[in-house]
Design a protein around this ligand. Structure first.
Ligand code: SF4
Length: 358
């Protein structure tokens, strides 16, 4: 019996960047305010709350002279502007992939397009995206039923976008229904995801994790997804497992949730993680499974490379976002004589700004 370890697992590069930023800022300032969770991982946020992170409900509750960190999922321009007007140091950990999407949506809306966002309207990323559209010509859809409620947009300029963490198999029927109702609808980029043949804005790392599930689906009868229930990325991986016919798919936050009955009637299994999960947590779960001495642990890389063209996936990464992601965030103390905070931040395009230094 084999336990396949799927890749990639642990943090994606966008989350890793946000985690590095918060660790650096805690070292510098001792505390930092957040309004939304920086990343969608319960254990990580609980740990940060003990280390000096203070969670508030709005930017108005952040005291002057303190630091606030925006989440990897982005914030609306309104919130960013409010913070800029105050004596607050802003650390913006918005993932460059999300930033690219925000800019594209704003550009197309300004060009007169009606915008349709396929995603979860309560998710931070979607809430922030809506803030980039300065008119009412925007609609969020999450099911085929939502499409019936759209106004008549035939013969108008219309473009659809997708949240970065969706599962293509789930959004395909929505896109098909959109094309049926609005034949003139355009997609934002030309990338086509096999085998779904739809254009979308789902990020490269998410697609790779979904592809790795597809590659082992016919070899396993249990898939364990490590990730929080708040994580859209984790839920997409669960959908990918079910959609590809894996008999038992479970999502857990930590090894404490691994009960013996999970492994009953299982021959082979696979383990993956959402992009917001620390690799150490994933490793502790792998070690726990190893200690049961039921499964031979095996990396699934060989299977993945045969099943999915990685170059197809890589083509989906916006060029600017890819360049930004590969730069390391570097923060230094704003009160020190070393004036490199803003220089480093600006060079690295991590979005930290401080009105005192501007
Ligand atoms: S958009 Fe992709 S790379 Fe960026 S934080 Fe989300 S999952 Fe990670």
């Amino acid at each position: 019996m084999i336990c396949y370890l799927l890749s990639p697992r642990g943090y994606c590069i966008g989350v890793k960047r946000a985690v590095d930023m918060v660790n650096q800022i805690l070292q510098l300032y001792g505390s930092v305010y957040i309004i939304e969770d920086i990343i969608h991982n319960k254990l990580f946020i609980n740990n940060l709350l003990q280390k000096g992170i203070i969670k508030v409900n709005s930017i108005d509750e952040v005291p002057d002279g303190s630091a606030v960190m925006f989440s990897a999922h982005g914030v609306s321009p309104d919130m960013a502007n409010k913070a800029e007007e105050r004596d607050i140091t802003v650390i913006d950990s918005t993932c460059p992939v999300v930033k690219e999407l925000q800019m594209k949506i704003q550009e197309k809306s300004d060009e007169g397009y009606s915008i349709i966002i396929i995603g979860n309207r309560a998710h931070q990323e979607v809430v922030a995206l809506l803030g980039y559209i300065k008119n009412d010509n925007v609609y969020v859809v999450n099911s085929e039923m939502d499409i019936d409620l759209l106004p008549n947009l035939v013969n108008k300029k219309v473009m659809y976008f997708t949240q970065t963490s969706m599962y293509p198999g789930e959004i395909k029927p929505i896109i098909d229904a959109l094309k049926l109702k609005i034949p003139n609808i355009e997609s934002c980029n030309a990338f086509i995801q096999e085998p779904f043949k739809i254009a979308h804005n789902i990020c490269q790392d998410t697609l790779e994790r979904q592809a790795s599930i597809r590659a082992v689906a016919n070899k396993v009868d249990l898939l364990i997804v490590v990730g929080s229930e708040e994580s859209s990325n984790a839920l997409s991986l669960v959908s990918a497992g079910k959609d590809n016919g894996i008999k038992k798919v479970i999502r857990i936050d930590s090894k404490d949730e691994l009960t013996n009955d999970i492994f009953e009637e299982v021959n082979n299994m696979a383990i993956t993680s959402a992009t917001s999960v620390d690799i150490n947590i994933v490793n502790s779960i792998i070690d726990h499974i190893k200690s049961k001495e039921i499964f031979t642990i095996k990396e699934a890389d060989d299977i993945n490379s045969n099943e999915e063209s990685e170059s197809n996936i890589a083509n989906n990464m916006p060029i600017n976002a890819e360049q930004d992601l590969n730069k390391e965030p570097v923060l230094t103390d704003k009160n020190s004589n070393d004036n490199s905070l803003n220089n480093d931040i600006n060079e690295n395009n991590t979005g930290v700004s401080n009105e005192n230094n501007s």
